[in-house]
Design a protein around this ligand. Structure first.
Ligand code: ZN
Length: 173
C-alpha cells in the first residue's frame, strides 16, 4: 500500500448533515477542530499508523526497496505502509513487505515506534527474518540488500526511515 496520498485527506462537509465544516475550538476543547456549526459534529483528525519491516537475511544483510512513486520517488526505504482495519500491526508489516518486495518475513520483533507529527503518522517498525527471495513489487522499482556499512544514509525516503534504521543498527551493536 502507498504513502502517496495525504494521510488526512478529508471532506470539508459534515458527514451527518452535509453542512460545510468550520475550523473552531469546540467547547471544553483546547485545539482547533473541524466543526459542524449546524449539528455540532466534530471531525477529529488523528495520526495514522504505518507498519513496516526491516527484513534481515541469513548473511546479516537487510532489504530496502527503491520507491517508484511519489513522494520521495527514487529514494530507499524499508517496506511498509498504512494498516488496514482488521489486521494487526505485525500482519500489516508482513503484508506490506510481501506487496512491495515479494518477500516473506517471519519472527517479527519490534524495533521501535517513530512519530512524524507532520503529516501525522506513527510508524511501527519490526525486524523480520527474510525467508524467501525478494523482487520489486508494487510501488517499487528495485530491491537491494545492504550490509550494515552499506546503508544508503544519504538516499533514504523519510526521517522515520533513518530513525528506525539507526535504532536497528544501534541495537545490533
Ligand atoms: Zn452537521
Amino acid at each position: 500500500m502507498s504513502t502517496t496520498s495525504h494521510p488526512h485527506a478529508f471532506s470539508r462537509y459534515c458527514m451527518h448533515c452535509g453542512q460545510r465544516l468550520t475550523s473552531a475550538v469546540p467547547e471544553g476543547d483546547s485545539r482547533r477542530r473541524l466543526v459542524c456549526m449546524d449539528c455540532g459534529f466534530v471531525h477529529y483528525i488523528n495520526p495514522r499508523p504505518v507498519a513496516g519491516t526491516i527484513p534481515v537475511r541469513e548473511d546479516g544483510q537487510i532489504l530496502l526497496v527503491r520507491r517508484a512513486i511519489e513522494p520521495r520517488i527514487g529514494t530507499w526505504v524499508f517496506p511498509g505502509g498504512y494498516m488496514d482495519v482488521g489486521e494487526t500491526a505485525e500482519e500489516a508489516a508482513a503484508r506490506e513487505t510481501l506487496e512491495e518486495a515479494n518477500l516473506e518475513v517471519t519472527d517479527l520483533v519490534l524495533v521501535g515506534v517513530f512519530t512524524r507529527p507532520e503529516p501525522g503518522v506513527v510508524v511501527i517498525v519490526y525486524e523480520g527474518r527474510a525467508v524467501s527471495e525478494a523482487s520489486a513489487g508494487d510501488e517499487t522499482s528495485e530491491v537491494g540488500w545492504f550490509g550494515v556499512d552499506q546503508i544508503p544514509w544519504g538516499e533514504l525516503a523519510f526521517d522515520s526511515t533513518e530513525w528506525a534504521l539507526r535504532q536497528w543498527v544501534a541495537r545490533r551493536g
